[in-house]
Write a protein that binds this ligand. Sequence first.
Ligand SMILES: Cc1cc2nc3c(=O)[nH]c(=O)nc-3n(C[C@H](O)[C@H](O)[C@H](O)COP(=O)(O)OP(=O)(O)OC[C@H]3O[C@@H](n4cnc5c(N)ncnc54)[C@H](O)[C@@H]3O)c2cc1C
Length: 391
Amino acid sequence: MNHYDTIVIGGGPAGMMATISSSFYGQTTLLLEKNRKLGKKLAGTGGGRCNVTNNGSLDDLLAGIPGNGRFLYSVFSQFDNQDIVRFFTENGVKLKVEDHGRVFPASDRSQTIIQALTDKIAELGGQVRCQVEVTSVKKIDGQFVIKSKDETWTADRLIVTTGGKSYPSTGSTGFGHDIARHFQHTITDLEAAESPLLTDFPHKALQGISLDDVTLHYGKHHITHDLLFTHFGLSGPAALRMSSFVKGGEILTLDSVPHYSKEELTEILEKNREKSLKNVLKAYLPERLAEFFAQDLPEKVKQLSPKEIDVVLEKVKELPIPITGKMSLAKSFVTKGGVSLKEINPKTLESKLVPGLHFAGEVLDINAHTGGFNITAALCTGWVAGSLHYD
Ligand SMILES: Cc1cc2nc3c(=O)[nH]c(=O)nc-3n(C[C@H](O)[C@H](O)[C@H](O)COP(=O)(O)OP(=O)(O)OC[C@H]3O[C@@H](n4cnc5c(N)ncnc54)[C@H](O)[C@@H]3O)c2cc1C
C-alpha cells in the first residue's frame, strides 16, 4: 500500500512518538527514517544511557526549556513528562531518577528505550521503513506526495520530525526546514545552543576532570551544575547552559566549592595548619584540581602568608576562565531556531498555512537544556502532533 492516513518523516523521539499516537488513534501510519536504525541521536544522550525525560514540575520543565517553552503549555496539558514516565513503565521499562531530575532506563542502556518505542509502534500496527531518505514533499489535490530516490507515497496527513541541524552525522541535516520553506513557512535564525565552550585556559592540566555542582559566574548569570574540562575547553551542563550568554571574549569565573564561603574556607585552612595544602583541598576537590590549585605555593598550610591564603581562596572561589569561542552549530548539542511557532497551532501542532501538515520535535523553534528537557519536548510534541483532535 502506498497510501497512508499519516506519514511521519524522521525516526527520532518525536517521530517515533508521533507514529505511536497516530497509530493509537487508528490512522494507518508509516514512519520513514534515513538511518539504518531509529533513534540514532537519542541513543547518544545521557552518555549513551538515554536521558529519556526529566521528572521536574511544570515550572521546572518550563525553566528547562528557555527557547519558547511557554508555547508548550497546551502540549503539556495533553502529554507531559509524567505521561512519558507512565508510558515507559506501562510498557515494561523500569526507570530511575538521577541527579537534577534526570530520568534514565534502569538498564542504563539507550537500546531499552528505543526498543520499547519500536515495539509499541509494531503493537499498534504502525509501519517503519529505515534506510529511506525522503528527498521531496509536495501537496497535490489535497494529498501529500512524499518521494525518496526510488519510491513515492501519498498521505492525508504529514508529520515532519526531522530534527534540527546539530550533530548532522546522526541524520538531522535540516531537511525539515526545507519542507517547511517549500510550504511558505518561516524558519527563524538557526544558532548553536547548548554548546561546549572553547578556552585557552591551561586545560591540558585539567583535561578529563569533572566537577559536581560547581558555579560558573558571568555578569548576572550564575549557573550551578556539573562541569567537565575537556581537551578544547569546558563541557557538561554548566558550560552548555552558560553558552546561551557568551560568544567568546568574556571571562567566566569558576567557584569550585560554592557551598563554602571564603570565611568558612579560611577557618578550614586555619584548623588544618599542620597539613599539606594539597591534602586539605583534596577533601573538597578532585585530586588533580587540588594539585593544580596548590602548585607554586608552599607545601604546608602553616607556611602560607596571608597574601598566599588570599591567592588560594581566589583560585578556589573565583578562578578566571577566558572564553575564546564556542562550538559550531554542527558540534553543539541543540539547535536554537526552527519552524516559526507563530505559524503553528499550539494545540494540535498543525501548520496554520497548510492543513494536514504538522511539525514536532527539534525542527520547531524550541530549544531546551540537556538533562532530558529536549527529549521531553520531542516526545510530548510528537504525541500531540500524532493525535487526532476532534473539536
Ligand atoms: C550528544 C548529544 C547529547 C544530548 N543529550 C541530551 C540530553 O541529555 N537531554 C536532552 O534533553 N537532550 C539531549 N540532546 C538533544 C536531543 O537528543 C534532541 O533534542 C532530540 O533527539 C530531538 O529529537 P527529534 O526527534 O526532534 O530529532 P532527532 O533525534 O534529531 O531525529 C530526527 C530524525 O530524522 C531523520 N531524518 C532527517 N532527515 C530525513 C529525511 N530526509 N528522510 C528520512 N529521515 C530523515 C534523522 O535521520 C533523525 O533520525 C542531546 C543531543 C546530542 C547531539
